[in-house]
Write a protein that binds this ligand. Structure first.
Ligand code: NAD
Length: 484
């Protein structure tokens, strides 16, 4: 049986307490995860502190950047190992993991290495009251030991999105991967050792949230800052933990994202784009669309086209040719998603397609599959129009005017992302300005340039990461004033 150990100070560390990791495709136990207790979390934070004060802290930026490039190259060299690990943990289609998760996992190290190599700091010359001169300049220091708490939907990609910039800026990290996806974070420990990243720079502690590694880590006084991706409710708990010692947080949280389709949009592109944004990764993407608003003249045609498109998706195991939808991550998440499917019916939704569980044969019958699902007919107050489901589903409602579309898109506690489908530039820009989100895609979805700001408004997050914006969280600027 595969064992997932903690990675502390460059060593793989077993613990007496383990829990089972089950495969989403067939619910088979595929590994035992060694749960970190308070002692292991403490050891990891201390190892990170030692590295910060030692080799890593003293290393030149040039050498640090070389090492981060080496990390990316080694991930690419072991591409198949990372791919297999991610697929085993998540059950996602091989085509998706091979084109998104693993390449982005490697790229996250290079992008931020390039940024820190080239980042300037400010300096000013100033006249002083005594007729002299002073020179002020800024020093950029790492934040310190950073706790990185991750979700399970894009495990390597989202973890390295934080670890890449944190290390590039000279911090050391203790990562708490999701209990559902221990594999790639553990594998990255091997990569760190192989390329010569000093022990303690990258640490991994496995476990759950409350009363387990997640809580022990975020409450640890030796942690200088917390970067977290996950549910908004978890963010609230972590923020409370961070209040002790007023430690900074960077949060990428939940969403209930709207797509707005105007009558003049390229119809086929809008249907294809929303098929991706609603169903990719089995709907387990924070940026995914769960609310679709369509201008009334094309509403019926759009509903019919999205139904046909959803029904053409192939649900199945990762490497079966043509599969576009894998299972949900766990039995618990399947129960949650199906409870929303039930709730939609109870609240009077018209089920356009799906709403249940697909028939899967053989061993796969025990997997966590659900059907891609589309509803219409519910008011804005309905539960499935308000709460994040994180499954392959969306509700479609009509609108008449631009004002109404913007008001509907904004009628949510969340503010992560939106997609706007239109051929009118003025409408596109107005929607981008007035829909209160961190990310707005026009005639596209999940098109990313890693140099740009990423994050959510309202209950979808705190702060922005990406490009130079990551430096604002992972470094502290110190002003030095020199009287000449
Ligand atoms: P989650 O909040 O349940 O768990 C995320 C991580 O937090 C896990 O590692 C978990 O063990 C840990 N955790 C849970 N409770 C904790 C606590 N009290 N203290 C410390 N750690 C704790 O989220 P999830 O179910 O893994 O992921 C899905 C959620 O993540 C969705 O809401 C989704 O929208 C969100 N998400 C957001 C983004 C984004 O960029 N905004 C990206 C991906 C996922």
């Amino acid at each position: 049986m595969k064992q997932f150990h903690n990675f502390i100070g460059g060593e793989f560390v077993a613990t007496a307490r383990t829990f089972e990791k089950r495969a989403p495709v067939d619910d088979r136990v595929i590994g035992l995860v060694h749960e970190a207790g308070r002692a292991e979390v403490d050891a990891a934070v201390h190892a990170a502190r030692r590295a910060l004060k030692g080799d890593w802290g003293r290393m030149s930026v040039v050498r640090r950047v070389e090492l981060l490039y080496a990390v990316a190259d080694e991930i690419n060299r072991r591409f198949d190992d990372f791919l297999a690990a991610e697929i085993a943990d998540t059950g996602k289609p091989k085509s998706l993991a091979a084109h998104v998760d693993i390449p982005r996992g490697a790229a996250n190290f290079k992008v931020f290495a390039d940024i820190v190599k080239n980042v300037p700091t400010e300096s000013f010359e100033m006249a002083t009251p005594d007729g002299g001169t002073a020179l002020s300049y800024a020093l950029r220091s790492p934040l310190g030991v950073v706790a990185v708490v991750c979700p399970w939907n894009l495990p390597l990609l989202l973890m390295t999105w934080k670890v890449g910039p944190a290390l590039a800026c000279g911090n050391t990290v203790v990562v708490k991967p999701s209990e559902e996806t221990p594999a790639t974070a553990t594998l990255l420990g091997e990569v760190m050792n192989k390329v010569g990243v000093p022990p303690g720079v990258y640490n991994v502690v496995h476990g759950f949230g409350p009363d387990s590694a997640g809580e022990f880590l975020t409450r640890h006084p030796g942690v200088n800052g917390i970067t977290f991706t996950g549910e908004t409710r978890t963010g609230e708990a972590i923020m409370a933990a961070a209040a002790k010692g007023v430690r900074p947080v960077s949060f990428e949280l939940g969403g209930k994202n709207a797509a707005v389709v105007f009558a003049g949009a390229d119809f086929d592109k809008a249907v294809a784009g929303i098929t991706r944004s609603a169903f990719e990764n089995c709907g387990q993407v924070c940026l995914g669309t769960e609310r679709v608003y369509v201008q009334r003249p094309i509403f019926d045609r759009f509903v019919a086209a999205l139904k046909a498109s959803a029904e053409a998706l192939k649900v199945g195991p990762s490497d079966e040719p043509g599969v576009t939808l894998g299972p949900l991550i766990s039995a618990e998440h399947k129960r949650k998603v199906l409870s929303y499917y039930e709730r939609a019916r109870a609240e009077g939704a018209t089920v356009i397609t799906g709403g249940g569980v697909p028939a899967m044969g053989g061993a796969f019958a025990a997997g966590h599959w659900v059907e891609p699902t589309i509803w219409t007919g519910l008011p804005q107050t309905a539960t499935i129009v308000r709460e994040e489901i994180f499954g392959p589903c969306c509700h479609i409602a009509p609108f008449d005017t631009v004002d109404e579309a913007i008001a509907l898109a904004n009628d949510t506690d969340y503010g992560l992302a939106t997609t706007v489908w239109t051929s009118d530039l003025g409408t596109a820009h107005r929607a981008a300005r007035e829909i209160d989100v961190g990310l707005c895609w026009i005639n596209s979805w999940f098109l990313r340039d890693l140099r740009t700001a990423f994050g959510g408004a309202k209950a979808s997050g705190i702060g922005r990461e990406g490009g130079v914006h990551s430096l604002e969280f992972y470094t502290e600027l110190r002003n030095v004033m020199v009287k000449l």
